[in-house]
Design a protein around this ligand. Sequence first.
Ligand SMILES: Nc1ncnc2c1ncn2[C@@H]1O[C@H](COP(=O)(O)OP(=O)(O)OP(=O)(O)O)[C@@H](O)[C@H]1O
Length: 267
Amino acid sequence: MFCPQKVFLPIFVVIKPQTHHHMTETSQTSSHNTADSNEPVVSLHNLLIRQEDNVVLKDVNLKIQKGEFVYIIGKVGSGKSSLLKTLYADLTLAEGEANVSGFHLQKIKKKEIPYLRRKMGIVFQDFQLLMDRSVYDNLLFVLQATGWKHKKEMDKRIRDVLARVDMVHKGYKMPHQLSGGEQQRIAIARALLNEPELILADEPTGNLDPETSDELMKLLHMIREEGRSVIMATHNHNLIKRYPGRTLKCENARLVETGQEEIELDI
Ligand SMILES: Nc1ncnc2c1ncn2[C@@H]1O[C@H](COP(=O)(O)OP(=O)(O)OP(=O)(O)O)[C@@H](O)[C@H]1O
């Protein structure tokens, strides 16, 4: 069954109209610093990441700059999703210091989390579109939930993001009328609505065939070229070979940098 909380929309926050007000809002929050443009988008210092009582990752140290494309690899259960969940504050940080888009996660309050999530776009393996409404209404829902008010501006924004993912004529379709690849494009369009500086993608090609995965990778790399940072967890090593990027591996409860030559091709 569809679980609305899992869409990670800041729907429980009433936000003023969308007129470039992000900094004012976020800077009012105690865990947020107005980000310097040279600051890393993600800065992690000695993190300990736990799931219940189990240590998933320890001594995690990482800096990701604006415009970097970073892959997270590792075996099933090695901690890739837990790391991403920590970054979008779905998993409480056990120890260490984490600065993500200017938010200090070690002291973030529950009510501040929607503001953090507005600075990022999150893409999942299973797309997580609202199945009971059209593509257009999926996007409209997010804009309204994040404080946009003016019909014309919302319409323009929706058309812009649909154009970016080459889906401008599919706005009237219901999600079930789209292929998996098309649904994932819509999920990316949704992630781009509020111009985030960071895209987190958890196994985004997991449900896609190789050709469609390839197209999605081109799209994610195009998004990176616009100056956004992309962090993508994946099992698909072939894709990393075709679209090289900085690669980190979760292994033995640590996060380690991995050279391209160490990445084994999938059979
Ligand atoms: N909600 C949860 N409660 C308790 N333990 C969990 C929870 N989610 C994950 N874990 C455990 O935490 C560890 C890391 O899981 P995680 O999902 O981060 O791994 P992963 O590398 O993303 O795996 P996969 O490749 O299967 O997606 C695993 O041992 C897993 O069983």
